[in-house]
Design a protein around this ligand. Structure first.
Ligand code: C5P
Length: 207
């Protein structure tokens, strides 16, 4: 079984996917973390992207932790500058092709829930369940602001979210778009628990 979850930045896709993976006891692949890991590599080594880099891109996932060259980078890839850098490099054709192939390979012969931007449209257009999670930019920014304990201003968070939405929705290759046959879940007025319950109901209803 393949469950595809797409949606914009900060909408809670990863938390939702994680909860579903626990509940249904299936594998979770956070595809955004893969783009983030490549972005982190560029930042750490202070280099520009080149195709050669992909040849020895050593990305591993173990027990919900992400590793680059055996270094645990789970927390480091969540930093703000990595978010926009990941969005910048995700426009590159070779990067997308590489990531999509790796995502299919990791998911092979597994029941899996994947979250990202192009899962239902490109990676698994024949997924069993397709969900598009949405909420207004203001609501996503407010949630993030509360999560960060006011360490970054609300206006800065909102600006970053809007920039990333714009980049991800207007890029030439695999832009973020709701697949025609994806079920839209607008979480603007829902708690995370309510969203998870609704999605589990949808999945059970479809089976
Ligand atoms: O989901 P997350 O915010 O961690 O993703 C970071 C960035 O990676 C996104 O802003 C997007 O540009 C890119 N991405 C993508 N395709 C995916 C997942 C993430 O282009 N399937």
């Amino acid at each position: 079984m393949i469950i595809a979850i797409d949606g914009p930045s900060g909408v809670g896709k990863s938390s939702i996917a994680k909860a579903i993976s626990k509940k249904l006891n299936i594998y979770h692949l956070d595809t955004g973390a893969m783009y983030r890991t490549l972005a982190y590599k560029l930042k750490k080594d202070n280099i520009e992207f080149s195709k050669e880099l992909l040849k020895d891109f050593d990305f591993q996932i173990k027990d919900n932790k992400f590793y680059l060259d055996n270094e645990d980078i789970t927390d480091k890839i969540r930093e703000n500058d990595i978010s926009i850098l990941a969005s910048n490099i995700s426009k590159i054709k070779e990067v997308r092709e590489f990531m999509v192939e790796l995502q299919r390979k990791i998911s092979n012969n597994k029941d899996v829930v994947l979250d990202g931007r192009d899962i239902a449209t490109v990676v698994f257009p024949n997924a069993d369940i397709k969900l598009y999670i949405d909420a207004s930019a203001e609501i996503r920014a407010k949630r993030r602001f509360l999560e960060l304990n006011e360490t970054i201003s609300f206006d800065k968070i909102l600006e970053d979210i809007k920039n990333r939405d714009y980049q991800d929705m207007t890029r030439e290759i695999a832009p973020l778009v709701k697949a025609d046959d994806a079920i839209l879940v607008d979480t603007s007025n829902m708690s995370l628990e309510e969203v998870i319950k609704k999605i589990i109901d949808i999945i059970e209803g479809e089976q």
